[in-house]
Design a protein around this ligand. Structure first.
Ligand SMILES: [Zn+2]
Length: 138
């Protein structure tokens, strides 16, 4: 039997279910001026879950992305790092933008699992942050 390491790639199935539930709940609260409501949920190293949604502003440079919203909640909730983030939106293809990836690397590191789900109960595509941005300077 293969030895299981305790790194963040072993986030359990139930955790992904909970992340999904929280992310879709936040997604429904998104404030959008565009067309895509996005939700995100993160799990801290201690196993606590926080969520967020996109909050768009008429001055679009002020837009807050769902990933940053969830990470902000994690930090203001007293946690320092994340093991995984799930992003949800009703879009076929999706990836966190470069700015959100900066935050994911900053608090989650290259091994942080980044999941994406495009419908409730749908398949969660999972990647490691380092696979989404293989040349990221660490
Ligand atoms: Zn972003």
């Amino acid at each position: 039997m293969e030895k299981q390491s305790l790194n963040s790639t072993n986030v359990e199935h139930q955790v992904w279910e909970k992340l999904s539930e929280e992310a879709w709940m936040s997604q429904s609260n998104a404030r959008v001026l565009g067309t895509t409501k996005v939700g995100a949920a993160v799990v801290s190293e201690e196993g606590r879950i926080f969520s967020g949604c996109n909050i768009e502003h008429k001055f679009r440079s002020h837009d807050i992305h769902a990933e940053v919203s969830a990470i902000s909640s994690l930090v203001s909730g007293g946690c320092k790092s994340l093991s995984a983030i799930l992003v949800v939106a009703e879009r076929q293809q999706f990836t966190p933008c470069g700015s959100c990836m900066d935050w994911i690397f900053e608090l989650g590191g290259p091994e942080c699992v980044v999941g994406y789900q495009n419908q409730k109960g749908g398949h969660v595509k999972k990647f490691l942050a380092r696979n989404l941005m293989p040349h990221y300077p660490i």
